[in-house]
Design a protein around this ligand. Structure first.
Ligand code: UDX
Length: 475
C-alpha cells in the first residue's frame, strides 16, 4: 500500500508512553510514522519529559515537519529534584498510577477532532484500559519490550502453577525452564525477568506488578510490538493464541528512517531527553573500520563507582579502542587513576550522551557493551553490531539470553562478577578471537531486520495494517 492511500486528516490517535527515555522515544517514533500519513496525534507526556524534549530533543523541528502532531502534558506528581532513574524509578510508576488518570481523561475528553483510539503503554496496562473504558474509546497497547519478554511476563503465573518458580536460592539459578511455550529450554532461572527472583506473593498478585499489568493487555483491542516476524516468529505465534491482533512493526527506528527517506518533506529529528554530544562522531570518523567497542547502559540503569572503575580498567587493559557513555547522573568520582586517564587518552573517548543510532551505524564501530535494553538491542541488531550483554534489571535479563543463545550475536555477562579481567577477556573475545563468528551472524540478522521495514517486508505491511485497523475503529 502506498502512503497516500492511508492519508487521513480525520483519524485522531492519542498516545501515552511511560515517561522515560526508552518508552518516550519509541512511542514518539510511532507518532511520527502515523503523522507522516496525516493522522492527527496527541502525544501525552509529563511536564518533566516535555521540558527535557524541548531542551535536548529538537521538538520545534519535529512539530514543523509533523504539523498534525501536538503535545499535551501533566505533572508527574514527584518533586522537581527527584532523580527519576535507577531504583527511584519505582516512585515514578507509583505516582503515575496514583495521579495520572484524571489528567489523561481530561486531555482525552477535550481532544479535537474527536478521538479514534488510544494507544497506551502496556506497562500501565490497567490504568490505560480503565481510562479508555471510562471515556468509551478503543484502546491498543504498545509494549517497548521484546515479544519473548512480553510472553515470559505473561507466562509467569503458569511458571508458579507448574512449580518452575519460585527460584530456590543461588544454587537453583542454572535450572532450565521447560514450560514457556515456544521457548522451551531456552531460559535458565537466571535469565528470567529480574523480578522473578522474588516470591509468588511479590510477583503475581500485586496490582501494578509486571505480571499483573501484562495480563491487562487481554482487555485491549490490539497489541503493538517493536519487533519483527523473522526475529521472534515462534513466540509471536504463541502470543497470537491469546492476543489475536498483534502488529509487529519494528525495528521502529529503521521503519521511520525507511519511510522518511521516501518522503522528502521530512527531516530526521532527535527524540532525546539528554543532551547529545556529537563530538564522538567526529572522533569515530578518524578510527579504523570496526575497531571501536561502544559502551552504554541506556537511560535508566545506574552503575556504582566501583563497577565503573572495573569496566574502565577492563576496557583500557583490552587495548581496544572504546567509546563510552557515562551519563552525568552516574558517579564517576573526581579522582581517576592516572593509568586510566592515560589509556583513555590513547584509545578511548567518553561522552555524557551519544547519538546512539548513528554511533551503532558508524563504520568504525565493531562491538557494543550494553545493558541489553530492548531499544539498544534492536538498534544493534539492525546495524549488524555484535554485543556483550551486561543486563541490569527487568526485561534485560531475557534480552541478553536471547542475544547470546537464540541469535548467537554476542556474549552474556549476566551474573558474572563485574571484574576488570572478565571485561578485558570478553572485549577481546568479541572484538578479537571470535569476531568473525559474531560478525557473520550479526550481518545476517541485520539484513533480515532491514528487509522487514522495506516496502515488501513484514513490519512495513504490519504498519499499513495497523493504520487501516485504526481507521476502521473510527467508522
Ligand atoms: C528501558 C528498558 O531497559 C528497556 O529494556 C525497555 O525496552 C525500555 O525501557 P533503557 O534502559 O533506557 O529503557 O534502555 P533502551 O531500551 O536500550 O533505551 C535506551 C535508548 O536511549 C535507546 O534508544 C538508545 O539509542 C538511546 N540512547 C542511549 C542514546 O540515544 N544515547 C545514549 O548515549 C544512550
Amino acid at each position: 500500500m502506498k502512503a497516500e492511500e492511508t492519508t487521513d486528516t480525520h483519524t485522531h490517535v492519542v498516545i501515552f508512553p511511560c515517561p522515560v527515555q526508552g518508552h518516550v522515544s519509541t512511542m514518539l517514533k510511532l507518532a511520527q510514522l502515523l503523522s507522516l500519513h496525516r493522522f492527527h496525534i496527541t502525544f501525552i507526556t509529563t511536564d518533566c519529559i516535555h521540558h527535557r524534549l524541548h531542551r535536548f530533543g529538537d521538538i520545534q523541528a519535529l512539530l514543523q515537519t509533523h504539523p498534525t502532531l501536538q503535545f499535551k502534558t501533566f505533572p508527574d506528581g514527584l518533586p522537581h529534584n527527584h532523580p527519576r532513574s535507577g531504583e527511584s524509578l519505582v516512585d515514578l510508576f507509583h505516582s503515575i498510577n496514583l495521579h495520572a488518570k484524571p489528567h489523561i481523561k481530561h486531555i482525552v475528553l477535550s481532544a479535537k477532532p474527536t478521538l479514534t483510539c488510544f494507544i497506551g503503554d502496556g506497562v500501565f496496562g490497567a490504568l490505560t484500559v480503565d481510562v479508555a473504558n471510562e471515556v468509551s474509546i478503543p484502546i491498543i497497547h504498545f509494549r517497548t519490550i521484546s515479544a519473548s519478554c512480553f510472553w515470559t511476563y505473561f507466562c509467569v503465573p503458569k511458571l508458579f502453577q507448574s512449580n518452575q518458580l519460585p527460584i530456590r536460592g543461588d544454587e537453583d539459578m542454572d535450572r532450565v525452564i521447560t514450560c514457556i511455550p515456544g521457548m522451551e529450554n531456552v531460559f535458565r532461572c537466571r535469565d528470567l525477568p529480574s523480578f522473578c527472583r522474588g516470591t509468588e506473593s511479590d510477583i503475581v498478585f500485586p496490582m501494578n506488578s509486571m505480571a499483573f499489568e501484562t495480563r491487562e493487555t487481554l482487555r485491549a483491542r490490539a497489541l503493538i510490538l517493536n519487533t519483527f516476524e523473522d526475529l521472534e516468529g515462534s513466540v509471536l505465534s504463541q502470543i497470537r493464541l491469546h492476543f489475536p491482533r498483534v502488529f509487529t512493526i519494528g525495528p521502529l527506528h529503521a521503519q521511520l528512517n525507511s519511510r522518511q527517506d521516501s518522503n522528502p518533506e521530512t527531516t530526521p529529528s532527535t527524540n532525546c531527553v539528554w543532551e547529545v554530544d556529537r563530538s564522538c562522531v567526529t572522533w569515530l570518523d578518524s578510527q579504523p573500520l570496526k575497531s571501536v567497542i561502544y559502551v552504554s547502559f541506556g537511560s535508566i540503569a545506574t552503575v556504582t563507582r566501583e563497577k565503573l572503575l572495573e569496566i574502565w580498567y577492563g576496557l583500557v587493559k583490552s587495548k581496544k579502542r572504546f567509546l563510552w557513555v557515562v551519563r552525568h547522573d552516574m558517579d564517576g568520582g573526581d579522582r581517576v587513576p592516572a593509568e586510566l586517564e592515560e589509556g583513555t587518552k590513547e584509545r578511548g573517548f567518553i561522552v555524557g550522551w551519544a547519538p546512539q543510532e548513528e554511533v551503532l551505524a558508524h563504520k568504525a564501530v565493531g562491538g557494543f557493551l550494553t545493558h541489553s535494553g530492548w531499544n539498544s538491542t534492536l538498534e544493534s541488531l539492525a546495524a549488524g553490531v555484535p554485543m556483550i550483554c551486561w543486563p541490569a534489571f527487568g526485561d534485560q535479563h531475557v534480552n541478553s539470553r536471547f542475544v547470546s543463545e537464540v541469535c548467537k550475536v554476542g556474549l552474556d555477562m549476566k551474573d558474572v562478577a563485574c571484574d576488570r579481567d572478565i571485561v578485558e577477556r570478553m572485549v577481546n573475545d568479541l572484538m578479537g578471537h571470535r569476531r568473525e563468528e559474531f560478525l557473520n551472524s550479526a550481518e545476517a540478522l541485520a539484513l533480515l531486520a532491514n528487509q522487514s521495514v522495506s516496502p515488501a517486508g513484514s513490519s512495513y505491511s504490519h504498519l499499513d495494517h495497523l493504520m487501516h485497523y485504526i481507521k476502521s475503529l473510527g467508522q
